[in-house]
Design a protein. Structure first.
Ligand code: HDE
Length: 713
């Protein structure tokens, strides 16, 4: 994965284009926005040394006015995000399904810009909120820009765009006191979702480890909706899009998430930035699930329903390409903040379906950019500009950056020779799929959208034991934070529709019985005149016992690249021990960090000085994937005298991480909770570096979890 040397050759067409708008601070002269050289930027113009400031001071006014307007509205959802540039490569052309250039030409490297995000929190909120993650990709293709604006979960909360504002209002901080920030654990969210049974599927994903990823680089991505592929013959296939991280799908525990939020609320942002900066470029395989038109009604669920996934065991994911992120943005605001994703940005060969959530999104995203970026010319902002130049008769508006010449701005015209002229379909023009529609105009929902319990149950059944325990703990925590008992009861009733065992376990934690009945109909997400009985969810079905692809226990455990290894050491540590581990793990791409009693340097037993990466009081165990304690009598004595080192190891043990120690390092372990558990398979004492590597690669030793729970940290 380390790819430093090829950094240059992978600079994309988009990055090249951005160079025209990029400038360096180094070597530049300070001037006003009108180009006047500035002599003093610290003092305003006054009437006398102690006198009033003069209105005349245009230098002061220009500086302050710009500052006053430096903020734009944050995104109403997905406000907190991190972006990176990269490229997409196609391994296998699929002309039988689509005519899209990006899926036909294996020699292309299509530039991309990706923005990862949390959903509910404000721009400055923690990265480790229990939340869905946004995974939005802008493909700058030769036929125009395609935006795949997805999430890290394959389904969404609601089936109809009309309910989106209600969903978002319920999860955002409550309107009277603006509490809580970046958290779903409050009454209004569970009040809403307990009245809208369609939300249960995404809700149970939100309770799973997927909602607290270890890294953006270790998350899957999904386009969610069913889209269409259109081939040269004009034939259509249904398609769902998937991103699969090369590093596998890994998460932190909730206890870590809470602590990381305090120790480093930029944890995911920093992780992405540092990995790219170090030349460890994150990669995702790109896959498609293809369904022939003829199979539209073959499944137990409706393909147009965005609360349903298509199990990979029923329709396999065909991997056809790979995305690599290889460049950090130069400027957060200019690129990551101003990038505007629109699900409506598609290219010939890709088209929409009638998924009612997707249809609503096609309206929302352009609209929101108008208030966020303030102008219909937002496509001219460098990060949003396509790599193919385009012209039309749209003119003027706030911040028009281009100078269209000529007398005409209409079509048809004769004065400009009919230009900008139209393209023939054979020349690659976009045309919508000619779907046959013969229907009444109605405000209702299809009965085929009424199965709200089968897939949450399938998801829960498919999880490993430890994942199920995390779901129980998450529901217990979240509902425990709610104040109103009737909301908890409704939720228990809903959870019971998914799985009785799950409901009983959560009910125990809440100290509330699972109700057999509730007063109102369970699904109130219907119109006042609607026939209530018609809109109730149907009973749970079981059309697939388990979908192993849904469990993180079945992900890849192949690499330790970019894993953060804390070396607990002080003056006198054994150089030989550290060298053994360091060379073996660094060779595999792990990041070895010396955590010492103080900053600066420490001296090993061979009298050499070593740079300290973090002083113990500036860091926390939760920021690392594994811990190593080298030998060295003096070093180990110093560690043992500092209770924060004991806590450091205890926490790593609590979070089921790999721990290794050599020689006197073992004595230190004996002072921690690890003593008495030296036979744990992820505790390696005086072992081989390869054993430690294997344990780190496994991400966590979940077999330890019962003991780990007893660690008082
Ligand atoms: Fe979004 N969503 N969304 N959403 N969404 C926005 O657009 C909206 C939905 C997603 O990094 C907003 O530019 C509606 C599903 C991502 O810039 C806004 C509905 C999925 C991002 C908006 C949905 C998403 C957004 C806010 C229901 C996964 C961040 C700022 C009909 C497939 C993109 C903005 C970025 C952002 C509306 C549902 C993903 C308000 C109305 C389903 C990743 O337009």
């Amino acid at each position: 994965m380390k790819n430093k040397n090829s950094k240059k050759e992978n600079i994309s067409q988009k990055v090249e284009q951005l160079k025209d708008d990029t400038w360096k601070v180094e070597g530049s002269t300070m001037k006003t926005n009108q180009g006047l050289k500035i002599n003093d930027t610290n003092t305003s113009l006054k009437s006398g040394e102690r006198g009033a400031t003069l209105l005349e001071d245009f230098l002061l006014r220009e500086k302050i006015t710009h500052f006053d307007h430096e903020r734009i509205p944050e995104r109403i959802v997905h406000a907190r995000g991190s972006g990176a540039h990269g490229y997409f490569e196609l391994f296998e052309a699929i002309p039988q399904y689509t005519k899209a250039g990006i899926f036909n030409d294996t020699s292309r490297k299509t530039p991309v810009f990706v923005r990862f995000s949390t959903v509910g929190g404000s721009k400055g909120s923690t990265d480790l909120a229990r939340d869905v993650r946004g995974f939005a990709t802008k493909f700058y293709t030769e036929e125009g820009t395609w935006d795949l604006v997805g999430n890290n979960m394959p389904i969404f909360f609601i089936q109809d765009a009309m309910k989106f504002p209600d969903l978002v209002h319920s999860v955002k901080p409550e309107p009277n006191n603006e509490i809580p920030q970046a958290a779903s654990a409050h009454d209004t969210f569970y009040d809403f979702v307990s009245h809208a049974t369609e939300t249960l599927h995404n809700q149970i994903w939100l309770m799973s480890d997927r909602a607290i990823p270890r890294s953006f680089r270790m998350m899957e991505g999904f386009g969610i909706h069913t889209f269409r592929f259109i081939n040269e013959e004009g034939e259509s296939h249904f398609v769902r899009f998937h991103w699969k991280p090369v590093l596998g799908v890994h998460s932190v525990t909730w206890d870590e998430a809470v602590k990381i939020s305090g120790a480093d609320s930029d944890f995911h942002r920093r992780d992405l930035w540092e990995a790219i900066d170090a030349g460890y470029f994150p990669e995702w395989e790109f896959g498609v699930q293809i369904i022939p038109e003829a199979d539209e009604h073959k499944y137990e669920f409706d393909l147009l329903d965005p609360t349903k996934l298509i199990p990979e065991e029923m329709v396999p994911v065909k991997v056809i390409g790979k995305m690599t992120l290889n460049k950090n943005p130069d400027n957060f605001f200019a690129e990551t903040e101003q990038v505007a994703f629109l699900p409506g940005h598609i290219v010939p060969g890709i088209d929409f379906t009638n998924d009612p959530l997707l249809q609503g999104r096609l309206f929302s995203y352009r609209d929101t950019q108008l208030s966020r970026l303030g102008s219909p010319n937002f496509h001219q902002i460098p990060i949003n500009r396509p790599v193919v130049k385009g012209h039309n008769n749209q003119r003027d508006g706030h911040m028009q950056m281009e100078i269209p010449q000529g007398q005409t701005a209409y079509f048809p015209n004769s004065i400009s020779g009919g230009c900008p002229h139209l393209s023939k379909m054979a020349e690659g023009a976009f045309g919508s799929y000619e779907e046959r529609i013969d229907a009444k105009k109605v405000r209702t929902r299809s009965e085929s959208f009424s199965d709200h319990f089968s897939q949450p149950a399938l998801f829960y059944r498919s999880l490993s034991e430890w994942e199920q325990e995390h779901v129980v703990a998450a529901y217990t925590f979240e509902l425990g934070k709610c104040k109103l008992d009737h909301i908890k009861e409704r939720m228990l009733y809903m959870i019971n529709q998914i799985d009785n065992d799950l409901a009983l376990k959560v009910s125990k934690g809440l100290g509330i019985k699972v109700p057999k009945k509730i007063k109102e109909p369970v699904n109130q997400a219907i119109g006042a005149d609607a026939d209530v009985s018609k809109h109730q969810p149907i009973a749970k079905k079981n059309y697939l016992d388990k979908s192993p692809a849904l469990s993180q226990a079945n992900t890849k455990f192949v690499s330790i690249a970019t894993r953060q290894i804390a070396v607990l050491a002080a003056d006198g540590f054994s150089m030989k021990d550290l060298s053994k581990i360091k060379s073996a793990l660094e060779k595999e791409g792990a990041m070895i960090k010396i955590v010492a009693p103080h900053g600066g340097t420490i001296t090993c037993d061979e009298k050499m000085k070593h740079k300290v990466d973090a002083a113990i009081m500036t860091t926390e165990s939760v920021l690392f994937d594994a811990v190593y304690i080298p030998g060295g009598k003096k070093s180990v004595k110093t560690l043992a005298e500092n209770v924060k080192y004991i806590k450091f190891v205890n926490e790593a043990f609590k979070h089921c991480k790999a721990i290794a120690a050599d020689n006197e390092g073992e004595e230190f372990l004996n002072k921690t909770f690890v003593s008495g558990h030296m036979d744990d398979k992820a505790v390696i004492v005086n072992g081989k570096a390869s054993e430690f590597k294997k344990a780190i690669q496994q991400h966590r030793n979940w077999d330890r979890r019962e003991v780990a729970e007893r660690v008082p940290a």
